[in-house]
Design a protein around this ligand. Sequence first.
Ligand code: SF4
Length: 458
Amino acid sequence: MSNTYTTFKAKSTIKSADLEHRRKINFNIGRYNAVIPQGKNQFTNLTLARERAKNIKWRALETLDQQLEQFEMNFTKRGGKVMWAQNAKEALDQILHICKEKNCKTLVKSKSMVTEEIHLNDFLKKNNIDSIETDLGEYIQQLDGESPYHIVTPAMHKSKEDVAKLFAEKLGTDPKLTPEELTLVAREKLREKYVEAEVGITGANFIISDIGAIAITENEGNARLSCAWPKTHIIIVGIEKVIPSVTDVGLFWPLLATFGTGQKITVYNTIVGGPKQTNETDGPEEMVVILLDNNRTTILANPKQRESLYCIRCGACLNACPVYKNIGGHAYGTTYSGPIGSVITPHLQGMEEYKHLSFASSLCGNCTEVCAVKINLHELLLENRNEAVQSGYISFGEKFAWKIWKRASLNRSMMNMSNGNIKNRIANNIFKGWKKHRGELHFSKKTFNEMWKERFKG
Ligand code: SF4
């Protein structure tokens, strides 16, 4: 039993019994659920839009090497720089190298799950660089010393009262401030940091290969400020985020907005194609894109799991998942939580350590139903279970139990040997784990085979 599994189980047990936690996240998810149907109305044929998006991502991933090289060629033409990082360490070293070159003491960053994946903030802190989260939700989480709780809404588990209390503790504000007043406090603090920062870091929602640019979607304008204010802009992005053409953005932007937050379109959508040009007045002097692999090519090499790379991180599968809604985002102990996290984490971080996530699912299929790009998430969870077993990550006890079961199931006389009472006793008293969260099993007194024989004897 791995440590990650033990921690996951312990945290899930606590969280699923925490009714206040459940109330808060159901309240916040409920607000999205109320507006998502309105966003969906903008599509004349939503199924077609989702299928088209899936096809585009399929094409992008099937030709990933060419797409990325085309992006690099076009992006570098306008003075941008592209770096390739095979793993988190390489990406961190590259970022540190740039920061040292720029004598960076303060860095502003916008919300990016990839930077969470490589634990960028901790790394920068160790290297005496002050890294400031500028997305309001991320800023709240950073103040509280917590990682994001949700891939779209980092502080989803906090009520407005929780945030007011946190600001009062950390920033000395009045604990009765309203959400609008709290936002103004954060804005004032963050503006100072933009002015100080030598480097800005953002993620990217899409890598557009035909024009060699990056598309960034956000609701607060903080990513734009992180891009444009500091003299150096670093973009760190997973290689799977590629889309072949700028014309695809017209489909992906509304899809991401609607499935993520129920908006028709997110408030700020930016395409950046390189550093400030000679005839331009604004923008960074230097722009570097770091293309991160970090085991994404392991998923790419797996024909069954490849589909999980189509994900546009809209978060809809998290909001729809009965497991996520009960245990919350932190119980997973991973960067990516919910159904998509349970699918990709065992491949990104190791099957042996994270295989349990694929078993922590009711397989209701709700995630597949709501996925913006129609990823067969519940089937991929099943596939993960299969791969875990095929890889030998199964306990001796379980292996032995299945062997006995197989033997008994293939042998009629063994199946008939014990009556219902004995089977009930074995199932309910020996396999006690079964009864912990479920009702008792009640086998019929006679087997089907015995009943069939009796019927035809008569
Ligand atoms: S798997 Fe689908 S629903 Fe889940 S975050 Fe990705 S695109 Fe959205």
